[in-house]
Design a binder for this molecule. Structure first.
Ligand code: AGP
Length: 608
């Protein structure tokens, strides 16, 4: 799980590569490197640590040249070190390459190459690819690249330079993303579109098993048989501003504040007063009525959005819904058939476990609907149906605006299925639609009303080593998501429980001053929550409650209250999550951590 970039054109390449890598740092940030083609051959500069280390090296001694490749790494094989950093080259220096993915048969290939006299200097799976290219080269680099497709098992997006054909970047991919940006007299390659949005809006998406030759003047794409393929570029309408921090201290804070707009986008053209249409779904009403169950599969935050989606779908559509973590789902031999609708949820569209779950579901005859933010991603391309989240580029590792659009997409889907399957009366449907349409405004209000109070709470949370999050019904997955956010960026141990479950064990952990965040955003379960809150308060917990405006009596039972605007309780999730995201953000900030790039994590998890 790494970021790769490449450039060929008429400008000095090093600053362009560094700029592109900076935008991909969310994919990995334990080391980085570049390779530049020039009169000396292929010059490689790399450094362990964040990109600024490489930047320092390049600034003091810039490699000159107009074509090159770069890499930002998230270690899989071998510790982060200068030697293990990419690019990797073969012994002769004829080939240098950068790689995103994992080569599963690398040990076998390494042994085989070792017997032929190849010697390796790193612990990586990537280095063997450079040696394999040198071994397979018979006077045609393209043929040597194609031969990789036959030999390599696992996932890879590769950008390759060769001294034999020094005017071309060769790229090839399988199960790891790769896009080619088209410019005027210059072309770009990258793991993800935002890397070069500043330079171009035209992108060619490379499919699995395809390779391409990228030169200053053009791009040629080939299938695995070496036959040329014609492909129309995708026009991307994000502006470069959308991919920048826009004046905020961190991407995460910017993305939290973008949530009202993200909600507007996910709803636009899909929902209007008295109307709900998901016209991009090509499923007929008969097909939509034929499903007997829904299976949701995702990882992390996307999984928690699915847990929340289950409550909403079951309540409105009266259909059984199961939710699984993708890494478990793929190995539990799930029972699926043509009457199962499988929904996979993924911001990046590249999460390896979710992609494998999608493939497994399709193999078993189920139709797969993807909720994804990434146009052109593997999940987008392989699903039968796609609902785009329209959150815009999400850069911070901790997902916020993508999460809120996932939850909103479940609201839309539930309302649409309820309409088609006739499980909600028309009048009630109109009322529910009206409530959903209020959400962007209410999210904006929640942001304004909660930020200052949460900053104050962060002063207390920053001193804690443990925290508890509790809730019932749709508030329980919110508690899980709130706890994940806090763990992920502030490194505080946080646990989430259904509020009624505490007395079955976890209550033993509560004592004076332990912080408990209680979400009471369900009118129908308000009294039950109040009882649970009293239980923790009686053990000395420091309780902060999140509840609807007007519930003033809660103030007697808790230490702090944060009010969110009142809305139909089925849809309160997109509001109540906002203070939890802010709490994680400000606590991490107070503790002095790297909010956007937390330790040990990466934005896009393209390895199993
Ligand atoms: C969220 O804050 C996390 N960084 C992580 O749990 C993430 O949601 C998960 O890895 C799934 O990613 P995806 O949505 O891109 O599939």
């Amino acid at each position: 799980m790494c970021g790769i970039v490449g450039y060929v054109g008429d400008k000095e390449v090093a600053p362009i590569l560094l700029d592109g890598l900076q935008r991909l740092e969310y994919r990995g940030y334990d080391s980085a490197g570049v390779a530049v083609v020039n009169g000396k051959g292929i010059e490689v500069v790399k450094a362990v640590g964040k990109l600024k280390e490489l930047d320092g090296l390049i600034t003091s001694n810039p490699p000159s040249g107009k074509m090159g490749i770069g890499h930002t790494r998230w270690a899989t094989h071998g510790v982060p070190s200068d030697l293990n950093s990419h690019p990797h080259a073969d012994r002769s220096g004829d080939f240098a390459l950068v790689h995103n993915g994992i080569i599963e048969n690398f040990q076998r290939l390494k042994d085989e190459l070792g017997q032929k006299g190849h010697r390796f200097i790193s612990e990586t799976d990537t280095e063997i690819i450079a040696h394999l290219l040198a071994e397979n080269y018979r006077g045609d680099v393209q043929q040597a690249v194609l031969s990789l497709i036959e030999r390599l098992e696992g996932s890879y997006a590769l950008a390759i330079l060769s001294r034999h054909e020094p005017d071309k970047i060769f790229v090839v991919r399988k199960d790891s993303p790769l896009v080619i940006g088209k410019g005027q007299g210059e072309n770009f390659i990258a793991s993800d579109i935002p890397a070069f949005l500043k330079q171009t809006r035209e992108f060619l998406i490379l499919n699995d098993g395809e390779c391409a030759q990228v030169t200053q003047d053009g791009v040629q794409i080939f299938n695995r048989q070496g036959e040329e393929i014609k492909r129309e570029p995708l026009q991307v309408d994000w502006d470069a501003e959308q991919a920048e921090k826009g004046g905020y201290q961190h991407y995460m804070l910017k993305e939290i504040h973008e949530q009202p707009d993200a909600l507007r986008r996910v709803m636009s053209n899909r929902i209007a007063p008295g109307k709900i249409e998901l016209s991009e779904l090509s499923l007929t009403p008969e097909q939509l009525r034929s499903y007997r169950r829904i299976q949701i599969v995702a990882c992390g935050t996307a999984y928690y959005s699915g847990m929340l989606g289950k409550y909403v779908l079951e309540q409105l559509v009266r259909i059984p819904v199961e939710v699984d973590v993708a890494s478990e789902f793929r190995y539990r031999q799930p029972l699926l058939n043509r009457q199962s609708l499988v929904i996979v949820v993924s911001q990046s569209g590249e999460t390896a476990d979710t992609l494998a779950a999608l493939r497994l579901a399709r193999k078993q005859g189920a139709r797969v609907l993807a909720l994804t933010n990434a146009i052109g991603s593997s999940i987008d391309r392989e699903a039968d149906q796609v609902l785009y989240l329209q959150a815009g580029p999400e850069i911070a590792v901790a997902s916020t605006k993508a999460y809120i659009t996932m939850v909103a997409a479940f609201y839309l889907l539930a309302l649409y299925l309820a309409k088609v399957r006739g499980t909600v009366e028309e009048e009630q449907l109109t009322t529910l639609i009206a409530e959903v349409l209020r959400l962007p405004e209410l999210a904006a209000e929640t942001l304004i009303s909660s930020e200052e109070m949460i900053k104050g709470r962060a002063q207390v949370y920053k001193l804690q080593e443990n925290a508890f999050f509790i809730g019932r019904n749709t508030d329980f997955p919110l508690a899980l998501e709130g706890a994940l956010k806090l763990k992920e960026i502030s490194y505080i141990h946080a646990e989430a429980y259904p509020a009624g479950e505490l007395k079955h064990g976890p209550l033993a952990l509560l004592e004076d001053g332990v912080p408990v965040l209680a979400i009471a955003a369900r009118h129908s379960l308000y009294d039950k929550m109040l009882s649970n809150i009293k239980e923790v308060k009686a053990r000395g917990a420091d309780v902060t409650a999140i509840t609807f405006a007007g519930q003033r009596e809660i103030e007697e039972s808790v230490d702090h209250v944060l009010y969110i605007p009142s809305v139909n309780e089925l849809f309160s999730g997109v509001l109540a999550i906002i203070p939890l995201q802010l709490l994680a953000y400000y606590t991490a900030l107070e503790r002095g951590y790297d909010v956007d790039q937390p330790r040990n994590l990466a934005k896009s998890v393209t390895v199993e």
